[in-house]
Design a protein around this ligand. Structure first.
Ligand code: ZN
Length: 244
């Protein structure tokens, strides 16, 4: 059997500690609920904002195939040098899965180069996430749509670059739509943005949501090969005829 893909789940892990409603849904933190759906299939580690170097030391990142990122109220507390370190790893092939409110994380904005802004509303409304790319590996095992009885609304326009592949689109009870599953490549790395997962709804216990995240990990995992060489290409591979 091939070696398990190494996944690090990063979470701010502040709201769960300061807000009773959030804690009641995610008592051990959102990262642990996400990880519960992945353990046994992948090799899972956890990292949180208030750890040394936000838990994302060189050693941790070098030992990570796919990094999952959840944050919403403390994006500004993430140190820029850690963002640069994660960015460098993505360029060299580490996969990144950006969840929900991490659309405003420093790392996602740096990778996208746009504001990543959107519309939002907390009204406990129904979300129907439609699969619009049925042959894509990220939606393996998923039906026509995933329905979540209550979620926060995110609406267009979502200020992202045109996705390389658009896999899912959400419809909300209040009328808005949103590009919910977006795939990019940046350097040698793959980036998957997946929308659902507001902290006051039990979304990360939903089996289909867990399946999409697991599929996303497999899709985003690095390809085993050497990093490309850049720069002065001398000597040439083949002899070049003297043009003098
Ligand atoms: Zn939210």
């Amino acid at each position: 059997m091939a070696e398990a893909i190494k996944v690090t789940i990063w979470n701010e892990f502040r709201h769960e500690q300061s807000n009773e409603q959030v804690r009641s849904i995610y008592p051990d933190g959102i990262h642990r609920a996400i990880g519960e759906g992945l353990e046994g299939t992948f090799s899972v580690k956890y990292a949180v904002l208030d750890s040394h170097e936000h838990g994302l030391t060189e050693d941790v990142l070098n030992d990570t195939d796919v990094l999952i990122w959840w944050g919403h109220m403390a994006h500004g507390d993430v140190q820029d040098y850690i963002v640069d370190r994660v960015h460098d790893r993505v360029m060299k092939g580490m996969g990144l899965i950006v969840l929900h409110s991490a659309h405003f994380s420093k790392i996602f904005k740096k990778l996208m180069g746009t504001s990543c802004d959107l519309k939002w509303r907390e009204a406990r409304e129904k979300e129907r996430i439609w699969v619009v790319n049925p042959g894509h590996p990220i939606v393996e095992g998923i039906g026509e749509y995933i329905e979540l009885p209550e979620e926060e609304m995110y609406g267009e326009h979502f200020d992202i670059p045109q996705p390389d592949e658009l896999v899912m689109v959400s419809w909300f009870e209040g009328g808005e739509v949103f590009r919910s599953g977006c795939c990019y490549t940046r350097g040698a790395g793959k980036v998957f943005y997946f929308r659902p997962g507001h902290e006051t709804h039990p979304t990360y216990y939903n089996p289909d949501i867990r399946k999409v995240i697991a599929n996303g990990i497999r899709w985003a995992a690095p390809v085993a090969r050497s990093y490309p060489r850049y720069g002065h290409a001398v000597p040439s591979l083949e002899p070049i005829k003297d043009k003098g």
